[in-house]
Design a protein around this ligand. Structure first.
Ligand SMILES: O=C(O)c1cc(=O)[nH]c(=O)n1[C@@H]1O[C@H](COP(=O)(O)O)[C@@H](O)[C@H]1O
Length: 283
């Protein structure tokens, strides 16, 4: 079975490193002339699939914006996953799940087991009940050729109080999570299937609790924060230095605001992907 890391590595080679988030904010639905209801959600998703399905390597639906519509919103999310799979684009489910290990297994059954209608190619996870609590999710994902992205140093300013805290070994919580991701990916080639999440908004000088050497995890580095949160593509080399070739810039609102036409959405994703490729790959 081909690992998620290998599938992602090939998808990036063919389509570039941009990861477009699918975040149907109520304000975005309104801007697109859609109602904040299930019909509006379906129209939003249909447009996104048509515009991005053949354009980018990976997309990232934000589960919360489907959950707020209850079970009918989850039904739309399930159809979105099926449509994206048919379009041939990888899917990272942004659910940020975390719990004690026995419960995490249920999240694994939901998000990375192909028998589930919510199964994606990878899922985001929160390690803040201890990295070891994610073991069932990681084991299930790897068994099915899927992946996990573990939060390490998130893009939001509030993350600092937890992620910059230092353990008895003097390492920050963020560094410890990156160490654990590196251990899981130890001998993976060409790319590990467990990624980490590090905001493009963090300081480039290591002052934010992560120095650039920590970022060498032999896995993909999801980098949210560009656009609406203030980071720029031009920040990426300074922040991610030695691992810049493993970075997946994750951009949601900065792309989605260009809707509702398919053409404008596709064009904005293409343009940003070109910018990112020049910054991250072609050197
Ligand atoms: O896991 C994520 O994708 C994530 C991690 C992080 O540190 N910061 C962050 O903004 N995100 C997600 O990225 C999306 C926001 O992207 P923008 O609209 O581009 O700012 C939301 O769905 C967030 O939950």
């Amino acid at each position: 079975m081909t690992s998620f890391g290998a599938r992602l590595h090939e998808a990036i080679r063919r389509r570039g490193p941009l990861c477009v988030g699918i975040d149907p904010h109520p304000g975005l639905l309104a801007d697109w002339g859609l109602n904040d209801d299930v019909a509006g959600l379906e129209r939003f998703c249909g447009t996104v699939v048509e515009a991005l399905g053949g354009e980018v390597a990976i997309v990232k639906p934000q589960s919360a914006f489907f959950e707020r519509h209850g079970s009918s919103g989850i039904a739309v999310l399930e159809r979105l996953l099926a449509d994206l799979r048919s379009a041939g684009v990888l899917v990272l489910m942004d659910a940020k799940r975390g719990d004690i290990g026995s419960t995490v297994q249920a999240y694994a059954d939901a998000y990375v087991d192909p028998s589930s209608p919510l199964c994606a190619d990878a899922v985001t996870a929160s390690p803040y009940l201890g990295f070891g609590s994610l073991r069932p999710l990681i084991d299930t994902a790897l068994a099915h050729g899927n992946g996990v992205f573990v939060l390490a140093r998130t893009s939001n300013p509030e993350g600092a109080e937890v992620q910059r805290a230092r353990g008895s070994d003097g390492r920050t919580v963020a560094e410890t999570m990156l160490d654990r991701v590196r251990e899981v990916n130890s001998d993976a080639q060409p790319l590990g299937s467990v990624g980490c999440v590090v905001g493009a908004t963090i300081a480039a000088d290591g002052a934010d609790g992560v120095n650039q050497e920590n970022l060498r995890v032999n896995g993909p580095v999801l980098a949210p924060g560009i656009g609406a949160q203030g980071a720029r593509v031009s920040d990426l080399r300074a922040v991610f230095g030695p691992v810049v070739h493993s970075v997946l810039p994750a951009v949601s609102r900065e792309i989605l605001r260009n809707g509702p036409t398919v053409a404008a959405l596709a064009a904005s994703a293409f343009a940003l992907n070109q910018q990112v490729k020049e910054m991250l790959i072609e050197k």
